[in-house]
Write a protein that binds this ligand. Structure first.
Ligand SMILES: Nc1ncnc2c1ncn2[C@@H]1O[C@H](COP(=O)(O)OP(=O)(O)O)[C@@H](O)[C@H]1O
Ligand SMILES: [Mg+2]
Length: 237
């Protein structure tokens, strides 16, 4: 089993306010790993720390054996990490195709690779049907798909998804889960931050549970799936 991402004891703060207290997580090639926890526990901050958007003050982020702690975000992205932030940042005035084209141009500039919109349409056939529609006229679920598709244009090896299910209707969440499972079957490695326990446990091989910026639990997702008392204790559900 190859470890792609090894986050070791990171401590991250916003100004004087410390948010992460020695968080360690690992993601192996081909895995879907979920970072679970309620609102405000530090899931987004963990992802921002990994991506270099809010660099940790202590600890290390190691990617495929290289210490990337403190690298600027564009270098982290170029190294193969694709981040889908929680606020679906698509261009409302551009069509689906144009949104993907813009992403493809900047990805090409970054890496010299030529990524195909066709491949992304193969992964998200629904987007192909919507190719001429403006981003602003997409449903929440379609916007989430487009956000993920845009990140895939950068050809990442590890996809970091920050609360993709947030604000979506249950049936849309189910569909999104199928799409993410499909990406995993296609060989993508995934780190998923979520509050939605049912959604996460259906997808994840392993889970980490955060509470107040520190790890409360780590283990196979079956350990939580089969143990309601533990789920309740860790997540107060
Ligand atoms: N830009 C920021 N400046 C100051 N505090 C922040 C900022 N972003 C998040 N926080 C605080 O950091 C803590 C963790 O937030 P976050 O990582 O967004 O949690 P989660 O993603 O699990 O909801 C919260 O207490 C939040 O208020
Ligand atoms: Mg968050």
């Amino acid at each position: 089993m190859t470890t792609l991402l090894d986050v070791h004891e990171i401590e991250t703060a916003y100004g004087l306010s410390r948010v992460l207290f020695g968080v360690s997580i690992a993601v192996n090639a081909g895995e879907c790993v979920c970072l679970l926890g309620r609102n405000g526990v530090g899931k987004t901050t963990t992802m921002r720390s990994i991506m270099g958007l809010t660099p940790p003050q202590a600890g290390r982020v190691v990617w495929k054996g290289t210490d990337i702690t403190g690298w600027p975000p564009y270098r982290v992205a170029r190294a193969g990490l694709g981040f889908v932030p929680e606020d679906r940042r698509i261009f409302a005035d551009l069509t689906v195709w144009e949104n993907l084209d813009v992403a493809s141009r900047s990805a090409r500039q970054r890496s010299g690779h030529d990524f195909s919109i066709d491949r992304v349409f193969d992964l998200f056939p629904k987007l192909r049907e919507l190719t001429g529609r403006n981003g602003g006229f997409l449903s929440g679920g379609e916007q989430q798909m487009l956000t993920i598709a845009r990140t895939l244009m950068g050809n990442p090896e590890l996809l970091l998804l920050d609360e993709p299910s947030e604000g979506l209707a249950p049936i849309v969440v189910d569909h999104l889960g199928e799409q993410i499972a499909w990406l995993k079957r296609e060989g993508l490695t995934i780190l998923l931050a979520e509050q939605n326990v049912e959604f996460s446990l259906a997808l994840a091989d392993r889970v980490y549970v955060l509470e107040k910026g520190a790890l409360r639990f780590s283990g196979p997702s079956t350990a939580l799936r089969d143990n309601e008392a533990l789920r309740h204790e860790l997540l107060a559900l």
